[in-house]
Design a protein around this ligand. Structure first.
Ligand code: PMP
Ligand code: GLU
Length: 416
């Protein structure tokens, strides 16, 4: 277990002489966005790049949703809204959880924000501060540790393994708890591993949360993207004792291909939601009015497009797994099969210190990604960014053609 302590009092002076706050001076840019920007830079130079960096559906937002946005603009919904979101969207969120998970929530338990990333920031800013510890199963999504640190708290990373399907056990969770533990952050299905918790393992975590009275932030943004019979259960549905300790975060970005609209939500205890609404009212006023109306249609309208996109992601996932399988024997590449989300996460450390294509030798995943981009024009994200040295992440939320050509190139690169 790794405790990432930081020197909170340290104030750094940047090159221009502007004195930055302690919280911001140590903040790094999001590694996923940085990797995508690097790939874009090469593309702008006219180079064909096989880009697997961003976890962003390549599909257009469904037509009914786009039309609802136009209608909202025409109807004059182009002004500030209530800071915590329009009543129609809060109601749609409540109805969705009732319909999909038989979970009863009231609009006062719902906060609409500018994407799930903003929702996570709100939760951490509202609940955590200096001296608090936040348990995060690793590998973890890049922004988790950064946002915990931004809140002044300390991320406590609990490493999981391929053998466990990258799932944290109840025992690991229990052992990581200290008197300073404020929250556990769970991401199911997971970015970057695609891990999906079997319901019994999830229930065991919920039992520990109740037994030790720990709040759980359950990030369920990939809830609709499940493959090959993988199970999903909304964390708050394990009963009232679990529900009162759970804060659900989700949104429309992934399931409805609405990344650019920036709509996410938080569901939790009324007093915590009220505090986050206060914070949001000072920070951002409200989420984009037009996007909120579009999200109402996404949730209330026909759901066939969600399933159509999921089916396409599943085809891509199966293709990627079929290509990776022989790499185990051929190159010593290892991985756990993803049950959800749209990421393949594989360990390439067996190739460190040995010549890859062009005679290049690398000793870590970050250098591997840099060399792969330079030599083969394939962009992946280093596992170092997710607390998983030796691993790389490939987002298969891109076309079959790009996936095939990109994998051909990675294979040739590995072969040396
Ligand atoms: N959680 C996880 C695990 C993610 O991968 C993402 C992807 N951006 C988010 C939250 C945030 O999603 P968004 O802000 O686009 O709603
Ligand atoms: N969550 C996506 C990813 O991991 C989008 C980028 C981001 O917000 O970090 O690639």
């Amino acid at each position: 277990m790794l405790r990432l302590d930081r020197e909170f009092w340290k104030v750094e002076i940047c090159m221009s002489g502007v004195r930055l706050s302690p919280a911001v001076s140590s903040l790094k840019p999001s590694a996923t966005l940085a990797a995508a920007a690097k790939a874009k830079e090469l593309k702008a130079k006219g180079i064909t790049v096989y880009d697997f960096t961003l976890g962003e559906p390549d599909f257009n937002t469904p037509e009914n949703v786009r039309k609802a946005a136009v209608a909202a603009m025409e109807a004059g919904h182009t002004h500030y809204t209530a800071s915590g979101g329009i009543p129609e969207l809060k109601k749609a969120v409540c109805e969705t959880y009732k319909r999909d998970y038989q979970l009863e929530v009231t609009p006062a338990q719902v906060l609409i924000s500018n994407g799930a990333k903003h929702s996570i920031h709100n939760v951490l800013a509202a609940l955590c501060g200096p001296g608090d510890e936040v348990i995060i199963p690793g590998p973890y999504w890049v922004s988790y540790s950064a946002l915990v640190e931004l809140a002044g708290a300390t991320p406590v990373i609990v490493d999981t393994t391929e053998e466990s399907g990258f799932c944290m056990s109840a025992d690991q969770f229990r052992k990581a708890i200290t008197p300073r533990t404020r929250l556990m952050m769970l991401n199911n299905p997971s970015n970057p591993t695609g891990a999906t918790y079997p319901i019994d393992k999830l229930k065991a975590l919920a039992d520990v949360a109740v037994e030790r009275d720990i709040m759980v932030l359950s990030d369920e943004i990939y809830e609709k993207l499940l493959y090959k019979g993988a199970e999903f259960k909304c964390f708050a549905t394990f009963g009232p004792e679990v529900a009162k300790r759970t804060i659900i975060v989700s949104g429309v970005s992934k399931a409805y291909a609405m990344t650019g609209w920036r709509i996410g939500w938080t569901i939790g205890p009324v007093d915590a939601i009220k505090a986050m609404d206060n914070l949001q009212s000072q920070e951002t006023s409200n989420p984009c009015s037009v996007s909120q109306y579009a999200a109402v249609e996404a949730l209330n309208g026909p759901q066939q497009s969600v399933e159509a996109m999921r089916v396409e992601f599943e085809k891509r996932r199966n293709y990627v797994m079929g290509r990776l399988q022989p790499w185990r024997e051929k190159f010593g590449v290892t991985f756990a099969e993803p049950g959800g989300a749209f990421y393949a996460f594989f360990n390439v450390s067996s190739r460190f210190g040995k010549p890859l294509a062009g005679g290049v030798v690398v000793n870590n995943a970050t250098d591997f990604c840099t060399a792969l981009l330079e030599q083969a024009h394939v962009a992946l994200v280093t596992g170092d960014a997710f607390g998983a040295p030796g691993y790389v992440r490939l987002s298969f939320a891109t076309s079959q053609e790009v996936i095939k050509a990109g994998l051909d190139r990675i294979e040739a690169f590995l072969a040396g």
